[in-house]
Design a binder for this molecule. Sequence first.
Ligand code: KG4
Ligand code: ZN
Length: 345
Amino acid sequence: MNQDQYVLAIETSCDETAVAIVKNERDLVANVVASQIESHKRFGGVVPEIASRHHIEQITLTLEAALEEADLKSDDMNAIAVTEGPGLVGALLVGVNAAKALAFAKGKPLVGVHHIAGHIYANRLEKEFTFPLLSLVVSGGHTELILMKEHGSFEVIGETRDDAAGEAYDKVARTLKLPYPGGPHIDKLAAEGEEVIDFPRAWLEADSYDFSFSGLKSAVINRLHNAKQKGEILKPEDVAASFQASVVDVLSTKAYRAAIDYGVKQIIVAGGVAANQGLRKALHDKFEGTDTELLIPPLHLCTDNAAMIAAAGAVAFNQGHRAGYDLNANPALSLERYGQRSDND
Ligand code: KG4
Ligand code: ZN
């Protein structure tokens, strides 16, 4: 008898239709991502209706591609996991309904997964967790510091009070007339420029682990506007480098302070902005030689994918969590509340 456990996961919370399969919680055997970025680019951001329509077109093909990549059948799966939130409601609904249909048709258990829990668990495909750990979540919709004392438990100790880090990247990129999503473009430009503009750092109150990026975003937009009015030439690479220096300084300094204050064994970086070369280097420099181990996922596991949902879903499944056929998309699902849910939801 085959003793291996397989969990198939579906992720459709934003603009990637993704299906992945993990074996025995940590072994990735299939990872298929159908990106819609090209369709949203000309609008400068994700258009929810277009996203939903693409998910509907892609979901069956993506499911088939993942099973083929793993050389497995849906009957071989032990559970079906799916992102239930947060995200765009219409986009989430496509994944949730596909997962429900598959679980029902094949008589498999269904497991709901929080998108951010997924981003965190992407790291466990690379390295086993050691608790307590701190996760710095930096994505297009979230900027949070999350303390985990055990699997499936999440305590938010700091969060953004306005824009998420990725959102600030995308808005500044739009002002610099860079394509969507702007984060990777700014990252690339920043590496070619110098920090010649002293943009503000929002440290907030001395003991706060919260973040704020809207002031920085406005400062960049205002500086560009003033330069244009005065006919002053600002090099886009220097603007990018100066903006990135401010974001990275605040993120890495707060993450370091929280890691020391909470005496964590690991610091885990999660979400699309974890792909940022400046942030990766700053964190590496800060934590090198300390007792805190730094984990950053490889680039393909930083941005949205279903491998991370499978990794988190397998743990939730083995902890006994099961969703019913009444599972619904929850666009504003709270991570802390998700961690505290009862076994049968
Ligand atoms: O986690 P993710 O794929 O989707 C959400 O759940 O939001 O994150 C997408 C965000 C976008 O804002 C994108 O610009 C940003 O991650 N991003 C980056 C980089 N790569 C992606 N930001 C800065 N530097 C990067 N290299
Ligand atoms: Zn994400």
